[in-house]
Design a protein around this ligand. Structure first.
Ligand code: F1P
Length: 374
């Protein structure tokens, strides 16, 4: 269904939000994230000592390559960023690039630890790229997946299993955030500080956020007249902005774009007008430059959805929809908290357009290659 075919007046739109359909696996899984996060934190803590011991000191000290497909690629980018902030050298690569173009993806052959991420553990490229990295480069492998009995898990030297992320939906929501949190519980095994105290605050912070702002996210997502959508995130939030952008495409079947916050000014900003909605993740370290960007986008006519820890007056003045996380949690540790608002945004956009997020077009829960060339 097109946006034009469901034209609504502003009054219809505001009053209609409560009647948007919610009887889907996707909505349930978005909303159950606070309890899933509690589960993921304890699953991570239960397993990391064993994971580190199985990999051994040599593997744990190596530079890291993190790989996955689709949402799991964006999770790889978020995880690699967390590892770099913790002081390690880590890069994220799409599994397909690792499989087909390893010299381009990795450069010179040197000792590295491979981290393979996959909700299902059955996606063809991540499994084949893991096999190739072990066979051709002798890389030790840490697998993180929601299914400990999967094909990928069987290939891991160590496995971090996050059952609290298991989903009925095709589109990944809580699997992404729970896998991120479970990984973060082990960052101190890579030499970073323990994030435990911060991570423990996130489930309650999300409970509060969904209760106070969930309906506002549904309102923003279903706003009529929006024809172009952009997601902006930087630093530890860039992988999350990529994921938010993918949710919009998968659930609502609309075209949207994603950039690093200030990169957007270097050309893509040309597309902004009154029909553009821009979602901006504000960081702590970048805010001195990110906040003026809001005024610039506002002056060009954009509708602004702003997600930040706390809003200063300049943010309040520019934001059409303001989401304050008020978590009291450090910048990197609170990364997952930015996503659920964007889940609801994409969900509301989808259902207000007559799409069913449980049945995304052209997509299955596990994407398998029909040909391996063998
Ligand atoms: C990741 C993925 C998702 C996509 C779809 C199919 O698979 O490609 O990004 O949204 O749900 O699966 P996985 O390797 O994490 O299971």
């Amino acid at each position: 269904m097109t946006e034009a075919s469901v034209q609504r007046s502003p009054e219809d739109w505001r009053s209609g939000v409560s009647s948007l359909r919610r009887d889907t696996h996707t909505y349930r899984e978005i909303m159950e994230q606070p309890s899933a996060w509690r589960g993921a934190l304890s699953e991570g803590r239960r397993q990391w000592a064993d994971v580190a011991a199985r990999l051994g000191a040599d593997a744990m000290a190596r530079d890291l390559v993190v790989q996955g497909c689709g949402s799991s690629l964006y999770l790889s980018q978020a995880v690699a960023s967390q590892l770099r902030i913790a002081g390690r050298s880590a890069s994220a690569v799409p599994s397909s690039e690792l499989l087909l173009h390893a010299p381009s993806a990795l450069g010179p052959d040197r000792p590295r630890l491979l981290v393979s991420l996959s909700r299902s553990g059955e996606t063809t490229e991540v499994v084949l790229a893991t096999d190739a990295a072990k066979r051709e480069r002798g890389m030790p492998v840490l697998v993180e997946t929601c299914y400990g009995g999967s094909s990928l898990a069987r290939r891991g030297d160590a496995v971090l299993e996050v059952t609290s992320g298991q989903e009925a939906s095709v589109v990944m929501t809580k699997s992404f955030t729970t896998e991120l949190l479970a990984f973060q519980t082990g960052l101190h095994y890579f030499g970073g500080p323990s994030l435990d105290a911060d991570l423990d605050r996130l489930p309650d912070a999300l409970d509060k956020l969904l209760a106070t702002s969930g309906e506002q996210a549904m309102l923003a997502g279903s706003q009529p007249g929006v024809e172009k959508r952009v997601f902006l995130g930087s630093g530890p939030y860039y992988g999350l902005a990529l994921e938010a952008n993918l949710k919009m495409k998968e659930m609502a079947i609309v075209t949207s774009e994603v950039y690093h916050n200030l990169e957007f000014r270097h050309g893509p900003i040309s597309i902004v007008d009154e029909r553009t909605q821009v979602v901006v993740f504000i960081s702590d370290s970048g805010r001195a430059y990110e906040v003026p960007l809001l005024a610039e986008l506002k002056a060009l006519g954009a509708t602004l959805v702003v997600i930040c820890e706390r809003a200063e007056p300049a943010i309040v003045r520019s934001a059409d929809y303001l989401f304050e996380l008020t978590s009291g949690v450090s910048e990197a540790a609170r990364a997952a908290l930015y996503l659920p608002i964007t889940h609801l945004l994409a969900y509301a956009c989808a259902v207000s357009r007559g799409e069913n997020p449980d049945s995304p077009r052209n997509l299955t829960q596990v994407v398998k290659l029909s040909q391996t060339g063998q």
